[in-house]
Design a protein around this ligand. Structure first.
Ligand code: MG
Length: 160
């Protein structure tokens, strides 16, 4: 047993957050698609696939260190937004929340002297820095384009 109970519980909770983000982004992708914004929809489908992979990476890690995988219940994602800006604000908030959760896990790993867990989580620290930056950048772009010209930003996203 290379991992203690607290870290196992913390990492299982993180699997839940990653899968929950994945479902939220699938839901957002569907919302954008219904608005005729296929570029945004594709962006969020890719985002969802990444979040799923983040969760699976923890599942594999727990297997490697002898921790029990217990995937938590996933809450129903939000399915409606007033505006594109509203949806993107939710995207930023979610990534900021995941970042705070990762930091708390790093602190737990450090206090438990779980060096392997701490090392494993550093990948997520870097990943979250990129995610929060990209979410904020997308929100700022959407604010500058405005709802009336969102199709232009959508087209630019689709060609990425
Ligand atoms: Mg993630």
């Amino acid at each position: 047993m290379l991992i203690d109970r607290k870290m196992t519980a913390g990492l299982n909770a993180q699997i839940g957050r990653e899968f929950s983000a994945a479902m939220q982004y699938v839901s957002m992708a569907a919302w954008f698609a219904a608005k005729g914004l296929g570029g945004f929809a594709e962006f969020f489908h890719k985002q969802a696939a990444e979040e799923t992979e983040h969760g699976l990476k923890i599942v594999r890690y727990l297997g490697d260190v002898g921790g029990t995988v217990e995937i938590p219940e996933i809450a129903r994602p939000r399915s409606d937004y007033a505006t594109v800006e509203d949806a993107l604000r939710h995207f930023v908030e979610m990534e900021e929340e995941v970042t705070r959760a990762i930091y708390a896990l790093v602190e737990l790993a450090q206090s438990e002297k779980d060096h392997s867990g701490n090392h494993f989580l550093q990948w997520y620290v870097e990943e979250q820095r990129e995610e929060v930056t990209s979410a904020r950048t997308l929100l700022e772009k959407a604010q500058r384009f405005g709802e009336e010209r969102m199709l232009l930003l959508d087209g630019a996203l689709g060609s990425d």
